[in-house]
Design a protein around this ligand. Structure first.
Ligand code: FEO
Length: 403
């Protein structure tokens, strides 16, 4: 693709990675992704904003054939999907200066062995004039790494936000259709930003001090109507959990499935929404997305030897790492003779600030008394959830005048 116009003399370049299906050997990409770089052409100087994944360097280089030479390379974030072509760019443009903050500078030296003579280190709020356009650097740590920053282009009202507000979503469109991008943006928030919710809110407050007309992230489409994604971020990072049970489970001989089926029905009968995930076919992004708003997590697992099924351990480790604001958690499942399934899973979720509810474990295939205990668990959850808001979906009606 040739450079595409975002604003006059502001171009979207970079690569759409239609076929990539896994990120960081961890995150499924059902809709592919993109690595967006931007080119800001000023009256006196030109700036390239971020690079692309190393696998797509040739694509970026071909696009730069269509543009004047950049004077500055702004690196917002050192993860290699954005910084990975820095060495090749420095080789191609011998006068190119890397503009980044002190933390990013140290990381670029560590991860990409960039020559420390090539840096111009900026502080929070520093500006850089391109002549008729001015870049202002805003530190936005933890969206995604501690060094992450954003750039405000005041003359055009553009916020270059890197991972912040991004989505793993491959599209040939420059600008986002909010209905299309919402789920991908939420997954993306869940996968990498959720552990830093408080910091996310601070960063939202910080950047919305500026009159943003366009948010230009480094993954997914550009937002020319950014109010909905700003409001969505406030909701995901700061909204109260909802009347939803997130129920990841695995079964071996169907006893745990029978219990999960019964609990699903009992919760539904009591007006509690259930989001179920078969861990044998898990899309970790869908589970993460559910954790953003679930009031309770119930893990369903059989006991394997003396502990939980390894797939249930994976779900517990994932939830623990993502630190959702879930209020309650428990375990249901079947065992054959003995074990420490509940203690092991609870230990794996020790960073969650949850109240652990009474687990329900059945010996072998569940009996009437086990179903009765599941009914009691459903009663408890419904009672605990009675003050939580109902499950809600995207509010895409918000517009700029509401923010
Ligand atoms: Fe898209 Fe944290 O890199």
């Amino acid at each position: 693709m040739k450079p595409r116009t975002v604003r006059e003399n502001v171009y979207l370049i970079g690569a759409v990675d239609w076929d990539r299906r896994l990120f960081d050997s961890l995150i499924p990409l059902p809709d592919g992704t993109s690595y967006n770089a931007y080119f800001v052409q000023g009256a006196e100087k030109n700036a390239l904003i971020d690079t692309v994944d190393p696998a797509k360097c040739a694509t970026l280089m071909a696009q730069l054939d269509e543009l004047p030479a950049p004077d500055y390379l702004v690196i917002h974030h050192v993860e290699q999907d954005h910084s990975g072509c820095t060495p090749q760019l420095l080789q191609r443009f011998p006068d190119l200066t890397v503009v980044c903050n002190e933390k990013a500078c140290a990381m670029l030296i560590d991860h990409l062995h960039v020559d420390d003579a090539r840096f111009h280190v900026v502080a929070d709020g520093d500006t850089l004039s391109l002549g008729d356009k001015t870049l202002t650097f805003l530190f936005t740590p933890w969206v995604h790494w501690p060094e992450t920053m954003s750039t405000w282009l005041g003359e055009d009202g553009v916020l270059f936000s890197c991972d912040f507000f991004g989505s793993h979503y491959a599209t040939s469109d420059v600008f986002a259709d909010k209905h299309e991008v919402y789920d991908g943006a939420k997954r993306y928030y869940a996968e990498i930003m959720m552990p830093f919710g408080a910091q996310v809110l601070k960063n939202v407050d910080k950047v919305t001090q500026y009159p943003i007309r366009i948010i230009a992230p480094s993954h997914g489409p550009v937002y020319d109507d950014p109010a909905f994604i700003i409001e969505a971020y406030k909701d995901w990072a700061g909204g109260e959990p909802q009347n939803v049970v997130c129920l990841p489970y695995v079964t071996m001989h169907d006893s745990t499935r029978m219990m999960v089926d019964h609990l699903t029905a009992a919760l539904t009968d009591r007006g509690v929404a259930v989001e179920r995930f078969d861990l044998t076919t898990l899309d970790a992004g869908e589970l993460a997305s559910s954790l953003v708003h679930a009031g309770t997590v119930v893990l369903g697992t059989p006991t394997v030897l003396t502990g939980p099924h390894p797939l249930a351990m994976y779900a517990a480790v994932l939830a623990n790492a993502l630190r959702p604001r879930t209020k309650y958690a428990t375990v249901v499942g079947s065992y054959g003779w003995a074990g420490k399934t509940v203690e092991t899973l609870a230990g794996q979720m020790n960073k969650l600030k949850v109240e652990f509810l009474e687990p329900v474990l059945a010996k072998g295939m569940p009996r009437a008394e086990d179903y009765a205990r599941l009914d009691a668990l459903a009663d408890t959850i419904a009672e605990k959830h009675k003050d939580l808001a109902p499950r809600r979906f995207a509010d895409l009606t918000v517009c700029a005048t509401d923010v």
